[in-house]
Write a protein that binds this ligand. Structure first.
Ligand code: COA
Length: 261
């Protein structure tokens, strides 16, 4: 059986690639199963320092749920799909490594929810993005209603979701929904440079910093989050060999050699 989602790993950077360009990388039940399996593999991989998520072709990053498959589903099967897509994106968002959505084309519906489950989003010029589900008489139910407001603010999120608006890349950049917009020909190299810049830093520190930032979404009080931030520092990074290596490298005026311990 041919792969629907590929996983490649090199030099501490993992690339997850959805390989269904003919249907604009739409997410079928089985595609989500493969995506989830790759996410589980990476969650347990200490060698992977950054995860990039992209797709084949230049038309779409992901056109959302596979609507042709959906048409064949019973209500029961649709429930199973909604559960799987939500759980898969939650697992992606919970990866300990930083994640970068590399938008080679449009991202609509579940496609943008997939990108929102990543930490950063870089996109090719000329694409558009949107949580367009209400136009199909459904809601963004794979984290979109929660993650979009956290990124762009409540009022903008409500406009985008309630009007099912397709937002051009430059506007999405201006509202902070995209981190960077670059010519399509440079997308891969820009993403690789960004991934390399993250992968060059102390791996335990990068994971701890991501975990600390994500505490802002925990619903805990500020006092509790500040204590949790300190615990991450004192318990995870302070005892690390990499911290001492960084100090030694600074003194010896050489680049540090981090080992993730
Ligand atoms: N599910 C299943 N198949 C899809 C799909 C989806 N979400 N989106 C596109 N496809 C299929 C089309 O049916 C078409 O297949 P066909 O050749 O058998 O007819 C093929 O992909 C190409 O689509 P097309 O619309 O011709 O390509 P395009 O490049 O002109 O436009 C999109 C791409 C993504 C802008 C457009 O297909 C679209 O708007 N799709 C729906 C997006 C959406 O509403 N997603 C929300 C889902 S919750």
């Amino acid at each position: 059986m041919s792969e629907l989602v590929r996983l490649e790993r090199q030099d501490g950077v993992a690339w997850i690639t959805i390989d269904r360009a003919a249907v604009r990388n739409a997410l079928s039940y089985d595609t989500l199963g493969e995506l989830g399996a790759h996410v589980a593999t990476l969650a347990a991989d200490p060698e992977t320092r950054v995860v990039c998520v992209t797709a084949e072709g230049d038309k779409a990053f992901c056109a959302g749920a596979d609507l042709k498959e959906r048409k064949t589903f019973t209500e029961e099967q649709t429930r199973a799909f909604v559960t799987r897509i939500g759980d898969t994106f939650t697992a992606l968002a919970a990866l300990p490594q930083p994640t970068v959505a590399v938008l080679n084309g449009v991202a609509f519906g579940g496609g943008l929810e997939l990108a929102l489950a990543c930490d950063l989003r870089v996109a090719a010029e000329g694409i558009s993005v949107g949580l367009t589900e209400t136009a199909l008489a459904i809601i963004p139910g794979a984290g979109g209603t929660q993650r979009l407001p956290a990124v762009v603010g409540m009022a903008r999120a409500k406009e985008l979701i309630l009007a099912a608006r397709r937002v051009p890349a430059d506007e999405a950049l201006a509202m902070g929904l995209l981190n960077r917009v670059v010519p399509a020909s440079e997308l891969r190299s820009v993403a690789q440079e960004l991934a390399a810049a993250i992968a060059a830093n102390g791996p335990l520190a990068v994971r701890a910093a991501k975990a600390a930032i994500d505490l802002t979404q925990s619903g805990d009080s500020l006092d509790d989050r500040l204590l949790a931030e300190r615990a991450l520092y004192l318990e995870r990074v302070l005892p690390s060999a990499d911290r001492l290596e960084a100090l030694a490298a600074f003194q010896e005026k050489r680049p540090p050699r981090f080992r993730g311990v």
